[in-house]
Design a protein around this ligand. Structure first.
Ligand code: NAD
Length: 248
């Protein structure tokens, strides 16, 4: 029997990059998958095909994680169609990079809303189902930026540092309910998000990364799959870096 057979996993931002790789690796481990998408229903259908080809069920939802109503509706519909969610992967995230004085309040707020309110909304909606089951896994995708800061990313750094603190605090509340809460903090991973980074900066990143390259989404997804598995039951409140040893 596969490690996550019979479990229902919700991945936010599952249509591309790290979220897509997580959806596929959780499906490989036997979990039924629900994910949300923002824009392309075609892309969502494509991912659902890839997921169901692995022998599990899949549902995709056009949901913005900043909307409490949309998130609550999605979580209820997942429960009705696939069963109670026992694994949440808070992956959806955005950047709006500017040096601090050039950053507008809108750019600050937008990143807070998606990266922090999104985590609140999804976790708040799904946690009662895990408490009922007496088993759960919450895995939050933060970033090395939440641990070190980064030039031009004060807004993003606040959210990723906040996600790490949220992880440590919620882990204490849920530990005796059979629910672990952990963060995975990726370094530079080759996705649409890093496509926006100028090539000269990526050269510097490779030079600063002991492994000498960017990571790939599957390497992050492997760490998530381990933390979601029954083998990781004694790991909670942790931030696991998947960053090629990068130091800044
Ligand atoms: P990406 O831009 O390819 O994917 C982000 C996903 O989030 C997309 O599926 C998008 O639709 C979804 N999303 C964005 N706003 C949303 C909203 N309001 N509602 C619902 N969904 C929304 O980025 P990625 O590189 O795959 O990043 C995934 C996560 O990993 C993010 O949280 C990001 O901060 C984090 N991360 C990425 C890197 C990297 O180098 N790529 C490094 C560290 C951390």
């Amino acid at each position: 029997m596969k490690q996550l057979q019979g479990k229902v996993c919700l991945v936010t931002g599952g249509t591309r990059g790290i979220g897509r790789a997580i959806a596929l690796s959780m499906a490989e481990a036997g979990a039924d998958i629900a994910f949300n998408y923002e824009r392309s229903s075609e892309k969502a259908e494509e991912i659902c095909h890839e997921v169901t080809a692995l022998g599990v069920r899949c549902r995709a939802f056009a949901v913005n994680v900043t909307s409490v109503e949309e998130v609550n509706r999605m979580v209820q519909e997942v429960n009705d169609s696939l069963g109670p969610i026992s694994i949440v992967i808070n992956n959806a995230g955005i950047t709006r990079d500017r040096t601090f004085l050039k950053m507008t309040k809108e750019q600050w707020d937008e990143v807070m809303h998606v990266n922090l309110d999104g985590v609140f909304n999804v976790t708040h909606a799904a946690l009662p189902f895990m408490i009922n089951l007496g088993w759960g896994r919450i895995i939050n995708i933060s970033s090395f930026v939440g641990l070190t800061g980064n030039f031009g990313q004060t807004n993003y750094a606040v959210t990723k540092g906040g996600i790490n603190s949220f992880t440590m605090a919620l882990a204490r509340e849920t530990a005796r309910k059979g629910i672990t809460v952990n963060s995975v903090a990726p370094g530079f991973i080759a996705t649409d998000m890093t496509k926006e980074v100028p090539p000269s900066v990526l050269d510097q990143v490779r030079a600063m990364t002991p492994v000498g390259r960017l990571g790939n989404p599957e390497e992050v997804a492997d760490a998530v799959a381990f933390l979601a598995s029954p083998r990781a039951g004694y790991i909670t409140g942790q931030v696991l870096s998947v960053n090629g040893g990068i130091y800044m």
